[in-house]
Design a protein around this ligand. Sequence first.
Ligand SMILES: Cc1cc2nc3c(=O)[nH]c(=O)nc-3n(C[C@H](O)[C@H](O)[C@H](O)COP(=O)(O)O)c2cc1C
Length: 314
Amino acid sequence: MSSNQTLKTTLAGFHLGSCLMNASGVHCTDENELSGLLNANVGALVTKSCTLESRTGNPLPRYANIPNGSINSMGLPNHGLAYYLEFIEKSQYLHNKIAILSIAGLSKKENLELLKNADKADSIKLIELNLSCPNIPGKPQTGYDFEASEKLLAEAFEISTKSVGVKLPPYFDMVHFESMATVLKKFPVAYVCCVNSIGNALWINVENESVVIKPKNGFGGLGGMYIKPTALANVRMFYSLLDGVDIVGCGGIQNGQDAFEHILCGASMVQIGTTLWQEGPACFDRISNELSTIMQQKGYATIDEFKGKLKSMN
Ligand SMILES: Cc1cc2nc3c(=O)[nH]c(=O)nc-3n(C[C@H](O)[C@H](O)[C@H](O)COP(=O)(O)O)c2cc1C
């Protein structure tokens, strides 16, 4: 990295050494993986989305690499809240990085209970509330139900004294962008992370004429290159609609140029999922170098010099 270029950023008021981090669910489920991130070239890390109790998740195979992407239906396998609280407590003084707790209760009640318990832990500084997880059977995921989202956030911000950000599913309709922004404006959200996987995609292996993951007859969340244009649109829309709220970009980041594009759309931080799964934590060194090179070529010394400055055509 050139000495003139810096990837430093701020997220929810925290000063971080790099704008790169993992995406929840990737390389962050057990202590081994999380420790790998503590030693990686990231400014922050986020845990696997957790529930109150541990879960084994869906039957295998539940993740598949596809060309330039991934499809998964993991079923939220995680070690339970206490495990992640303990990890964050243990590691808080070890490295100059913030560890974000991701939570994904399967009901409003469980989400509130998770927040209540996390509130008691001094080491927890920042929480990512995953609004893009399957919830009540027969109902859409919380992020696609604006009324349910508002009810959950109203109680969440009553209960929690922590900084709480939200992870959103991708939206595809202008009315939906505006509806979610209207909800979010009512609360002091610490940041907004766009986007979770594009839900319920189907990938086919033509040779054996079969689906590639076992759960849900092969339907799963799509990540990687396919979702970058959607992710960029979501980052851009929420950056424009939520004046002053930090945006975390996630979706389809494979290289420095992808990270640059997310920041140009308004992201203060970028999360990497599929590429981290496929390449391991070394991807952060490579992507940092690529991003720094692009910044150097364009004459930017800091990410703030181009963050959000995507040009329109006259
Ligand atoms: C194996 C796997 C597990 C995931 N688990 C979670 C999770 O627990 N919580 C969450 O918010 N997102 C989860 N995601 C979604 C990612 O955090 C990310 O939003 C998505 O993969 C898009 O980023 P990408 O294109 O870089 O993969 C998971 C993704 C993958 C591939």
